[in-house]
Write a protein that binds this ligand. Sequence first.
Ligand code: ADP
Ligand code: MG
Length: 344
Amino acid sequence: MNEFDFIESLRSQANSRKHSTRVLTGIGDDASIISQSPGRDLIVTTDLLIEGVDFHRNATPGALLGHKALAVSLSDVAAMGARPFWSFLAIGLSREEWSTTFKDEFYEGFFALADHFGVTLAGGDISESRQGIIIDSIVLGEVASGAAVKRSTARPGDQIYVTGTLGGAAAGLKLIELGARVSEPGAVATGPSERTDDDAIQTLLVRQLRPQPRVGWGIVLGEQQLASAMIDLSDGLSSDLNHLCKESNVGAVIDAAAIPLDEDVRHLCGRRALDPLALALHGGEDFELLFTVAPENVTRLPKKVDGAAICRIGEITDQMGSVKITEQNHVWDLRPGGFEHFPS
Ligand code: ADP
Ligand code: MG
């Protein structure tokens, strides 16, 4: 199959779905045409995934990489309080990889997640790569004009929340580095009684390789104007909370005991000299949402959205630049310890 046959197959897969009637021209022309809608702001995000840096090829089945490439961008759109609509995905592949089933598996995983949230593949690009797989994922979404939730608008006294649980993705990455690999999907037992260590390992690998973006929470928090500021947890709680505080010119104090640790991290890592709290604080890629809520809005928060709960972990203070964590009777500075591409 050559490049143009493959683009044709993506075009027919995208067109058969019809999620967005607002894509006037999608795949097949020099550029895409999307009709604008009055009273709404456009949200645009882009994410690069580079083999050997952002993922390990030999630990990442194609379908999971296709899922993750879209998931990371959906998470950014959710963190703006917006609803995702359109995806543009550019991919660079080696000649060897082009002739395997990788690209078909990749788009299988991509389209499964896109269908779940009604996102349309509206364009992209393909190139040969001489340095392994390179993916650029772009997602466009919308929010009511002026309603996007930024990092810079938290106020002293606002309560700090996170969705879901933390530390699972970082533990999954450690397991991959130790040689663990995902087995066939569906092989993980779910009943609490019959769960083994292997099931816990598989669940953590899936947390790393197949993150669930909190699209539903993002839409609820944005549309109902519940969050005063928001960021997604891609680098790690310590780093991302510091980013939010810096942008908002505020400080924060969080409670170690309130941080929702992933159950499997607690179970497996606690016994293996890996501190579950450190993984939850500094491990990245959980793709949960970290958001702040003005005190008067706290009672309006739903308990769950799409099965995901939230936890209140602390409060915004007027101590500009001071991010603290309380643990029993101690108070520590919570320095950013999350992932950086180019640490100084
Ligand atoms: P150009 O040389 O102008 O980049 P292409 O042949 O690469 O033209 O692209 C033609 C059309 O195919 C465009 O609409 C583009 O968005 C689409 N396209 C190319 N690659 C992909 C891809 N990986 N996924 C989706 N659409 C793609
Ligand atoms: Mg092209």
